[in-house]
Design a protein. Structure first.
Length: 318
């Protein structure tokens, strides 16, 4: 059976959600949100803030290894940052070649690098050379900026730079997050390189997972939004079979939702805390009618006390 990996999702899945999702089971690995490497030397606390798991052997409390993702376009600075990060003992270092955010792209980082395979190779080689051999360096790419003309060249460049494996999110930057994901392109990449390729994009269910593996020929799959919307997805994939019992799942999820809220209240300022809960509930609505109902009750609430009360009724816990 191949690996199922929890995708990096800046602003959606932080260490708290990684903890809860990997605790439910089924994930073999996870990748942190990106740490942006710019001109200034990054203090070690920046890595620990994005990936607090570094304080705990670079694993979630359930023991799932977490790779730390770096994003930047300058090979030497990326290498310096990777060397510093390596001091903290990450399970691995992943390089971002897919972020479509304008603030990142304006400085030539993330998905814009897909225009320049030679630079991608230099970044990968510089980072690989700066980090002890025992720490895997991996990469994650989209298909291109606006077309697939350079897809295979980008994959070859990363392979020549010495990466250990490659996640392919099967869309161009311009395609954003719009379905479909072009899984057939993942198959083409897989056939063109000899490093393992991990398939990514639009896996929301067990049947998506199966079709994605069949079509791409990849054994390993990375799941992003589907993991947040359906926290039991990876566990069901592992179990392979059986009907989905959403009511039973919700009963198991309710205490975790409560824990999530209690911990959000501790680490997020009060005026932003309800927003964090709404963000997860908004994803969960896709799978759970109970989440839809709860979302309806909390969506207009802005105070922590009001959300406390709504959640207490819904989960029957507080
Ligand atoms: C809110 C959000 C934040 C993301 N942040 C990152 C990131 O920090 N690094 C990265 O490589 N990809 C990031 N991605 C892309 C995902 O890792 C993944 O490639 C994409 O969502 C496609 O997979 P999915 O269809 O399973 O969600 C992000 C996606 C979303 C929706």
């Amino acid at each position: 059976m191949g690996k199922v990996i929890l995708a990096p999702m800046e602003g959606l899945a932080d260490s708290l959600l990684r903890d809860l999702l990997t605790r439910l089971g089924g994930y073999d690995g996870a990748v942190s949100e990106f740490v942006r490497v710019t001109g200034t030397r990054l203090p070690l606390r920046t890595f620990r803030r994005v990936c607090p798991e570094l304080l705990d052997g670079s694993r979630t409390p359930a023991g799932t290894p977490v790779f730390v993702q770096l994003l930047g376009s300058h090979p030497e600075r990326m290498a310096e940052s990777a060397a510093r990060l390596a001091e903290l003992g990450p399970s691995g270092i992943d390089l971002n070649f897919g972020c479509p955010a304008p603030t990142v792209n304006r400085h030539g980082g993330g998905a814009m690098l897909l225009e320049d395979p030679a630079l991608m190779a230099r970044i990968a080689a510089a980072v690989r050379g700066a980090v002890p051999r025992g720490i895997p360096v991996t990469a994650k790419m989209r298909l291109g900026v606006s077309n697939t003309k350079k897809t295979l060249a980008c994959a070859a460049a990363l392979e020549s730079g010495g990466i250990a494996s490659l996640v392919v999110h099967a869309r161009t930057k311009e395609q954003g997050y719009r379905p479909p994901a072009h899984w057939e392109w993942i198959a083409r990449v897989r056939e063109s390189v000899s490093v393992p390729v991990v398939a990514n994009g639009e896996v929301w269910s067990e049947s998506d997972y199966r079709r994605c593996r069949e079509l791409t020929g990849c054994s390993d799959v990375m799941i992003g939004r589907g993991a947040v919307a359906d926290p039991f997805l990876a566990r069901r994939i592992r179990a392979a079979g059986g009907a989905v019992d959403r009511d039973a799942e919700w009963r198991e999820l309710a205490p975790l939702l409560d824990e999530f809220w209690q911990r959000v209240k501790q680490c997020v300022v009060a005026r932003h805390a309800p927003g964090r809960l709404k963000l997860w509930l908004n994803s969960l609505r896709r799978c759970y009618p109970q989440a839809e109902a709860l979302y309806g009750r909390v969506r207009s609430l802005t105070s922590v006390a009001d959300v406390d009360a709504a959640l207490a009724v819904a989960t029957g816990l507080m």
